[in-house]
Design a protein around this ligand. Sequence first.
Ligand SMILES: NC(=O)c1ccc[n+]([C@@H]2O[C@H](COP(=O)([O-])OP(=O)(O)OC[C@H]3O[C@@H](n4cnc5c(N)ncnc54)[C@H](O)[C@@H]3O)[C@@H](O)[C@H]2O)c1
Ligand SMILES: O=P(O)(O)OC[C@@H](O)CO
Ligand code: NI
Length: 404
Amino acid sequence: MNQTLEEVVSLARQCGCGHRHYDIPIEQMVVGREAFARLVAYLRHKRYERVAIVADDHTFAAVERSLCDQLENGSIRYTVCLVQPDENGDVIADERSIVQVLLETPDDVDVLIAVGAGTIHDITRFSSYKMRIPFISVPTAPSVDGFTSMGAPLIIRGVKKTIQAQAPIAVFAHTGVLCQSPKEMIAAGFGDMVAKYTSLADWQFAHWMADEPYCPFVHQLTEQSLQTCVDHIDDIAAGGEQGIRVLMDALLQSGIAMLLMGQSYSASGAEHHLSHYWEMEFLRQKKRQVLHGAKVGVSTPIIIEHYQRVFWPLLNELEKRPKSMDEATWERLKANTASIRELLESLPSPERIRTMLAKVGGAIAPEQLGIDPQLVERSLREAHRLRLNRFTMLYFLNELIFVE
Ligand SMILES: NC(=O)c1ccc[n+]([C@@H]2O[C@H](COP(=O)([O-])OP(=O)(O)OC[C@H]3O[C@@H](n4cnc5c(N)ncnc54)[C@H](O)[C@@H]3O)[C@@H](O)[C@H]2O)c1
Ligand SMILES: O=P(O)(O)OC[C@@H](O)CO
Ligand code: NI
């Protein structure tokens, strides 16, 4: 983390933004080679006797010997639930996976341990919440900022919805395991961070235009985690321990920012709408899933281009009320024009973002991920409908501007 966990807890307590900040239940957060030894010490300290690991075939293989040997040496008894992939070979955070975890978890378990990346964490987060027991996070790849957050984005009847559940009570991220994770997952983690350029801009916009709850401290935590990744891009691209630690710390900090607000505004704007739309389309077409961070990485410059192309001209036509706008929208937009201009100007160019993504080995265009231009076009028109309670600039342009 850029700031220690203790600093964040203390700053959140002093925050004067006027909004409720959720308590951070995370008691320990370890990123290092000693993570699994510290996990065992933590389990013993908590006197947890019955532990259930939730993983999938790949994530369990990534930690198996190093984690299980430690647990056995520490006399911790554990069961393992390996969540099964769907017909396409993907493990999905959906009804089936959740029911599998509920069925395979013994009734007297004290704590669940999520051993995996974003998907395993969301399945475990939701299942443990419904079982009214805590969960511990053991990330196997620095691929998303969803380890420390409390929301679980789930696919329910084919629709991606985020349900607020719970954050972990502790995180033990073994840097040896993270460094061994596939390079695409490291690039995806960087992509999920780059997405904060547009998510933060959308959040700020939502606050100005629709009085959505906003907190400068949470904004700053997220921005700081993004900036450290940008500052250390060479280290992250090299994939060594130092770069992976910087990336992981940033992902954990962004997750805590979401947790403090009890929702994901800071981390997920229109670029996430597009990604979720593509994900659902791939599920419908029974195509193999693409990493979340890879999708939000390529959607971020697309959203910036779209805002520059569609929003910018609108801001120059506000002297008289344009026919495309109702009175209230016009007044509000006029009152905030200077701030919105400045906000749009502050976004990096799409080329700069693509250069950064390429540097860490990530995709820069949707076609590289099997997402065709028609799907991109359709998502720019429709994807905001997935989250009608999220007031992004994309929502605004599609729902509140009336094109004849
Ligand atoms: N809760 C949140 O706040 C939040 C935040 C961001 C993303 N997410 C969600 O996370 C999900 C995506 O997670 P993801 O991108 O981490 O992918 P994932 O968890 O689906 O993992 C992708 C694949 O990588 C494998 N894998 C993981 N670690 C590995 C390792 N060390 N070695 C080899 N293979 C490994 C997995 O088994 C899986 O097959 C999406 O559903 C997204 O919406 C949630
Ligand atoms: O819950 P949502 O809004 O899908 O986003 C969570 C996460 O992907 C942010 O990086
Ligand atoms: Ni994300």
